[in-house]
Design a protein around this ligand. Structure first.
Ligand code: ADE
Length: 235
């Protein structure tokens, strides 16, 4: 059983996520619980504000400590992993997703406006960015991260359907085809129709290596190739 709680000013943002496809099935089966909590509910400000102007001047507003820290205190346990979504965070990778998916209680903190009072970071275990671009808030990032975590949890999808995923073995996925065997003059590679499992496995590994080399050579930096991979690369 895993629980993900998202602290956000816009809990409705996650409604369709909870109601759709594989994620809906995981939540229905109660292998994962997903709750969106409005941290405005925790503000002690008489006007219900959660943000304030920036000390030292500057345009915009910042999320203040009190509502967020109180929301965190009310929604975390000793074993909770608190993750702040921010463009300043560690870049999201499948490795990071795998690490986070080990935790049974994850609290995701979404910012808005110009960002967080720096002191909030003292209450956070990990700061994650989903890429080098700036979103209007952490919500789309929390959704992306939650999706990637939930699909790894046991029972959500067949494990052999993610073991070959792009990035699970450090390589992009090999090309895949379904019927018809010929479409608009384009044929499915013969080896895939041969029934020869060993040749198919080798072809897939080689195509994974080829695709990764052509599209994402950065993924191969520092990789230790198996002897089989080295042989395929020389062919
Ligand atoms: N909030 C704004 N931009 C973001 C990003 N790139 N990743 C995570 N959270 C964000």
């Amino acid at each position: 059983m895993m629980e993900i709680k998202v602290l956000t000013l816009f809990p409705n943002f996650f409604d369709s996520f909870k109601e759709t496809s594989i994620i809906k099935r995981a939540l229905d089966k109660e292998s994962v619980q997903f709750t969106a909590i409005n941290f405005r509910d925790y503000t002690l400000d008489k006007h219900n504000n959660v943000d304030d102007t920036i000390c030292g001047g500057g345009a915009g507003m910042l999320l203040a400590c009190q509502p967020i820290v109180d929301a965190l205190k009310a929604n975390t346990k000793a074993n909770s992993k608190v993750v702040m979504l921010s463009p300043q965070g560690k870049k999201m990778t499948q490795k990071l997703v795998r690490e986070l998916a080990e935790h049974d209680d994850i609290v995701l903190l979404c910012g808005h406006y110009e960002g967080f009072d720096e002191r909030i970071r003292d209450y956070v275990d990990e700061e994650v960015s989903i890429g080098d671009f700036v979103l209007t808030g952490g919500e789309p990032a929390a959704l992306v991260l939650s999706d990637a975590i939930i699909r790894l949890r046991d029972g959500v999808i067949r494990s052999d359907s993610h073991e070959d995923d792009s990035f699970e073995n450090g390589l992009l996925e090999y090309p895949q085809y379904t019927r018809p065997v010929e479409y608009d003059g384009k044929k499915v590679p013969d080896v895939l129709m041969s029934g020869h499992h060993e040749n198919i496995r080798k072809w897939r590994l080689k195509e994974s290596l080829r695709k990764t080399y052509l599209r994402r050579p950065d993924l191969l930096d520092g990789r230790t190739f198996t002897s089989e991979e080295q042989k395929l690369l020389q062919e």
